[in-house]
Write a protein that binds this ligand. Structure first.
Ligand code: HEM
Length: 154
């Protein structure tokens, strides 16, 4: 495997992850909030996350793995690389941390509340997820601006 396969994998999973968050947060969320009663809305989100999060797991493994492969292999190692690549790496790790927080804290609590039919508790967990995904959508936008535009800045 060389730079060619690595960059395609890298950008594909970046698009799936950041584009998926953008769609969920900016398009699906406001419509679901306006049109669906809590029981339907919360069950919708449990189903949507159940389909989206396996793709995010693939992304949090393959985006850093392909990026590190490029840094350590074809691009010649950490020491020689421009600052923007290190910034992308750092921000990418923060994004992974934010996702892991969603996955291991409000997400299981949301599923538990929905399984118990406790809609107020479910709505509170969904609000936590909304805030964290909002943060990660912004971080993702910033990171891809740095990743794609970094070499042209300055
Ligand atoms: C987590 C660790 C990450 C590492 C180690 C990493 C590393 C890299 C490397 C080495 C390149 C190739 C740079 C070049 O050819 O000049 C690259 C490209 C890129 N990365 Fe990352 N990256 C990471 C995360 C991310 C994240 C989270 C995003 C977006 C949210 C992102 C978006 C991009 C984009 C858009 C490109 C540019 C593709 C192109 O224009 O050729 N990266 N990354």
């Amino acid at each position: 495997m060389g730079m060619d396969i690595a960059i395609v994998l890298h950008v594909f999973f970046v698009v799936v992850w950041v584009g998926g968050m953008f769609f969920a947060h900016q398009c699906l969320r406001p419509v679901a909030a306006a049109q669906l009663e809590p029981p339907l809305r919360l069950r919708l989100w449990v189903g949507v996350f159940g389909r989206f999060f396996p793709w995010v797991w693939a992304a949090i493994v393959l985006v850093p793995a392909s990026g590190l492969f490029m840094m350590l292999g074809p691009l010649g190692g950490f020491a020689h690389l421009p600052l923007y690549i290190h910034a992308m790496f750092g921000l990418g790790l923060v994004m992974v941390g934010v996702f892991l927080r969603v996955f291991f804290s409000p997400y299981p609590a949301l599923r538990k509340a929905v399984a118990a039919g406790d809609w107020p508790a479910g709505a509170a967990q969904l609000a936590r997820i909304r805030r964290l995904v909002g943060i990660n959508t912004l971080l993702g936008t910033l990171t891809l601006a740095i990743g794609a535009g970094g070499r042209y800045f300055g």
